[in-house]
Ligand binder design. Sequence first.
Ligand SMILES: *Cc1c(COP(=O)(O)O)cnc(C)c1O
Length: 401
Amino acid sequence: MANKFPAAGYAEAMSHYIPYGRQDITQEDIDAVVEVLRSDWITQGPAIEQFEQAVANYCGAKYAVAVSSATAALHIACLAAGLGQGDILWTSPNTFVASANCGLYCGAKVNFVDIDPHTYNLSVDELERKLAWAQKQGCLPKVVVPVHLAGQSCEMERIAALSQHYGFRIIEDASHAIGGRYQGQSIGSCQFSDLAVFSFHPVKIITTGEGGMVLTNQEHLYEKLVRLRSHGITRNTDLMQGESHGSWYYQQLELGFNYRMTDIQAALGASQLQRLDEFVERRWFLANRYNQLLQDLPLILPWQHPDTKSSWHLYVILLKLDKISKTHRQVFEELRKAEIGVNLHYVPVHSQPYYQQLGFSWGDFSQAETYYQEAISLPIYYGLTQEDQDRVVMTLQEILL
Ligand SMILES: *Cc1c(COP(=O)(O)O)cnc(C)c1O
């Protein structure tokens, strides 16, 4: 067996690799998928509606639309919010590129609001300052996309108050945050937003392989999302222009896409959703355990706003570089060498070459940049054992001290 592998010890080393995140799939999940494969519908059938209903109920939102990814979800959420050419979208620079790209897909311009140095989320103080400035300049955003980094909610009540005053729409990028809470309510309730988006990529809290969802409480947004998901087509005679030609008839009312999720994926998602609270509880346990085990190291541990209860998608530490004899990069690479799959969330979006072409430069959002120079995401996921977590802690200790 051993000499099947090109390098000696390869299999052994791989068996000790601890990723930063991974899915947890049970026999029940597999059975749910197989059941759909044996049924009449494998896409856009009853499993989609069941999954949508279940997520909407869990979150306390009226409507949910399942799509092929959170990237697709962000795109149609922007279109439903009316974003188009000549409009402006603002988001955090400390996010995955998809939170900003959705604005560009719609022909809008994108700008960023620097982060809060304690939560690493979009700073609402900074948002307030920038809105006052933008009003004077005549360049107010049409859409603001707060990103709930690591699963900790942004200060939505304050953002909603600003949206009332300045008239922008709010799309929550809650890709990290299903199962999290804000002021006691489930993230995704849309109490303080127009739309909220989840991702079901395998590293996120629950998975459908690839997949995403948009939630909203507004019926007209829901209907638009459903059309945009499937080519802009409707079979609802009430929405048609003129008379229906017959029961075969459909009309394309706008330019939509094929962003559908399959029933195969939705069955997996619905099955995973049943264990969502268990997943988040385990992440809470692991996060608290990290908090205790890491407290004496030269690190800044993740601070939690009292209004929030994170889903703990990520556990991010910042290195106190003035108290360490190594660089950020050295620490990161020594962890990787020790088979600890650390990661970095995120390379500031405005520093990406594509965004630099659009006129942004390093130096534009200093808080996000400082964070990037100190942050490391440690492994955290449902199946992470205490032994493996201890190994992460001990390795970090050896590297830092
Ligand atoms: C993962 C992620 C996305 C994109 O999700 P996909 O489902 O992979 O398209 C968008 N925004 C954030 C913050 C993410 O973490």
